[in-house]
Design a protein. Sequence first.
Length: 173
Amino acid sequence: MKIKALLTLLAAVLLVAGCGASASHNDADVAFVTDMIPHHTQAVEMSALAADRAASPQVKALAAQISGAQEPEIAQMQAFLKDWGRPAAPTAVSMPMSGMMTGGQMQQLTTSSGAAFDRLFLQEMTQHHNGAVDMAGVELRDGASADAKALAQKIIDAQRAEIATMGSLLAAG
């Protein structure tokens, strides 16, 4: 009798532990970080161009701010995937994604400089950020991981503020 009760208790503990582990993240969390990694990578690449192509010190500072925020977030998201037993996400995009620049748009940004670069960078990064805000909103709605959802909210807050800054810079330029 005691063995049966012990086995029942053990089975219940394993069931609860298993449910907790599987509920820590879901497919929406995996999709969010897997898609956001190449999205952030492109923003970092765009921002790197500003160092020697931008005319405006404000654009250069904003680009450095974007890189400074998104590089650690890429590492954080790769760590999420590792913790979830998933492979590292690629940094290149294999399909169209919200707000991402096309190869032609990236080439245009790469070959521009001065005030033309500033304007194009601000326009394209605004679209890029709007795409990231949309993606993060889906994570908040559909995700299960508290950590991934906290990152999504951080992305929304930071990128909305940067969108406002970019709007002001565009209006002033």
